[in-house]
Design a protein around this ligand. Sequence first.
Ligand code: ADP
Ligand code: ASP
Ligand code: MG
Length: 405
Amino acid sequence: MDRIVMKFGGTSVATLERIRNVVARVKRETEAGNEVAVVVSAMAGVTNQLVEWCQNLSPLHDAREYDTVVSTGEQVTTGLLAIALQEAGVDARSWQGWQIPVRTDPAHGKARIEAIQGAELVRRMRSGQVAVVAGFQGIGADNRITTLGRGGSDTSAVALAAALRADRCDIYTDVDGVYTTDPRIVAKARKLSKIAYEEMLELASVGAKVLQTRSVELAMKERVRVQVLSSFADLPGTLVVDEDEIVEKEIVTGIAYTRDDAKVTVRRVPDRPGIAAAVFGALAAEHVNVDMIVQNIAADGTTDMTFTVAQADLPRARAALDRAQTQIGFAEILTDPDVAKISVVGVGMRSHPGVANTMFRTLAERGINIQVISTSEIKVSVLIAAEYTELAVRALHTAYGLDGT
Ligand code: ADP
Ligand code: ASP
Ligand code: MG
């Protein structure tokens, strides 16, 4: 008998028919004698709509009220699934983040889970009741609802699995595993039977949204056994494992892309000590994360600084920099949301030189200009014009020998 956390994403609960499909999967586990907690997302499209409403009313809306609004999608799904389970003869009860409670830090809109009180859930699961838990949400120290950032239900599931000391955390989604790249844009993408935590972490952090980055971070830290699998087909999925469990290490394991970033260029910044601290300090004070950064050398005592931020943070970033303009003393800010970040990831890179060069050459052969470059031990990322995203990902997938048949 195992204790399992099963997580179902938006597409997997998009309609009542799909919710009934979830019931069948849950029932299979309970009938096998397992204790089950289910974490659900909002029905597909719902969170996008809620976010759009907030942005429409006010681009610089209060993050606490944003959380009040966008957390509601998950509440609906928990209730619906609990009703559907009960209808099928399965004892079930819904739980919102505040009811468990799932305690988070106060960073509204991108809160981190700090603690989950699992005792009551465990007591009920032991007596055969399925816990249907709202993903994506928690409660801050001020007793207000928080949300964990887009895709955060994955993190809710892994955190719950850790808190409940579950034997497994199964992430059911609309693809049947983790692929060498997004199978929706590269038909020749290959499913990986296993992927190392570190690679999955890096892929997630550069845009492979199949798992939220923090969920992988947490799984790695808390040693949660995570599996990604299809909610529609009975196929083996992808296990996230320790690096030494992977026998055949590829140089490049996967390629990811994101169009969610925007490029910001601060023009003619005085070239003196403390300037980077002033620019990025102003952004940090507004909780804006900065990703790729380049700074040029200039002859006339000023320089240009280019960096990327999440597109959703662009209004906040602009406002923060505008406020600091006289203090920092730059000439103007240019922004470009039509960019894509393409990244190649693989633990094999540690021991194989030339990975970056293959990337640059492949893009050059397609006439794709590289705007910014950043690297880590197991990753190379480039920023390019968004219109070339698919072309770049496909070309790189072939260039690194990842194409399946
Ligand atoms: P859910 O709603 O179940 O959380 P998501 O949309 O968040 O699902 O994540 C699944 C999607 O991730 C897939 O539909 C796929 O398009 C995308 N994806 C991106 N990169 C990959 C990858 N390397 N392997 C699998 N899926 C990927
Ligand atoms: N519903 C939330 C989102 O769309 C959380 C999730 O699905 O993981 O981002
Ligand atoms: Mg997701």
